[in-house]
Design a binder for this molecule. Structure first.
Ligand code: GUN
Length: 282
């Protein structure tokens, strides 16, 4: 029997929990989003984030800059938000339009308000085994694995993709949970052979149905971060129908990892508010 890892259900539970915790705390956390340009997918994601804020009792402000905004204009917006005591968390929606220096923008976000966990200081803390803010998608995956009591200690985990938002932090979180971790990427030799060894396989490649049953070990736990269009449908990196026959557990697309990202953003924003107001996230 294959377990479907239901991210929608788990995220609902986590959002309710965050809402209760915020109510109990008496705090009113606030998140600022920055969106540059009018990419429809980015606009949809940002709208979903604001909606989730409203649901759990987090205030939200949206800063919108035009497609032709300069790096300096985005830096200026970030610096204003850094200096604004009413703002606890800052999220600059990625990808930014071509011509904007994304690295410079991420580096300018105050690490204390970096609820995405992309700033090098937060990434360093995560890799040191002392995480503060961890990137929302991989942290959400960890929550989902915990919800379904998937054992990680000593498990052989293979992460495909080395991005700063998914692959790298995912590997660090799995390592912090005592898994034996391999990171694969576009230059990996014999990818199928590496994947075949995985007890836990996390795919963040961005290629529709790239992962086939021939690459998956019988009984593996398969986590699909991909969101791709195929014949007008939203599909993951994993050929779900075929791979679910051999996996012990698998995330669907949609309804797997995606909802966990937003629930985790709410948790990180609440954590930022607690740290800033109370001096500790406890
Ligand atoms: N673009 C797609 N997902 C995300 C995310 O979680 N954070 C940011 N900042 N941009 C994204």
């Amino acid at each position: 029997m294959t377990t479907i890892l239901d991210g929608k259900k788990c995220s609902e539970k986590r959002l309710e929990l965050t809402k209760e915790k915020i109510e109990e705390s008496g705090l009113y956390p606030r998140l600022a989003t920055v969106i540059v340009g009018s990419d429809p997918a980015s606009q949809m994601y940002v709208r979903m984030k604001h909606k989730a804020c409203e649901r759990v009792g987090i205030g939200s402000v949206g800063i919108e800059l035009p497609e032709d905004a300069t790096t300096d204009a985005v830096l200026d917006a970030v610096r204003r938000l850094n200096a604004d005591d009413d703002i606890n968390g800052i999220l600059v929606q990625l990808p930014l339009p071509k011509g904007i220096d994304t690295e410079q923008i991420i580096d300018a976000i105050s690490p204390a308000k970096d609820v995405d966990g992309y700033h090098p200081e937060n990434m360093g803390l995560l890799f040191s085994g002392k995480p503060r803010f961890s990137s929302c998608t991989p942290k959400g995956i960890m929550t989902l694995l915990e919800e379904y009591q998937i054992p990680l200690s000593g498990a052989r985990a293979v992460v495909v993709g080395r991005s700063i938002d998914v692959g790298r932090p995912m590997a660090a979180l799995l390592l912090n949970a005592d898994a034996t971790v391999t990171i694969c990427h576009s230059r990996t030799k014999d990818l199928a052979e590496e994947l075949k060894r995985a007890d836990i396989l996390v795919s963040a490649i961005g290629k529709a149905h790239f992962i086939t049953p021939a690459m998956v070990k019988q009984g593996a736990v398969v986590i699909d971060v991909g969101i791709n269009q195929l014949d007008g449908k939203l599909v993951g990196d994993v050929d779900f129908a075929a791979v679910s026959g051999i996996a012990s557990a698998i995330t669907p697309v949609p309804g797997g990892v995606g909802p966990m990202t937003i629930a985790t953003l709410m948790e990180n924003t609440f954590m930022a508010a607690k740290e800033q107001v109370c001096g500790s996230a406890e």
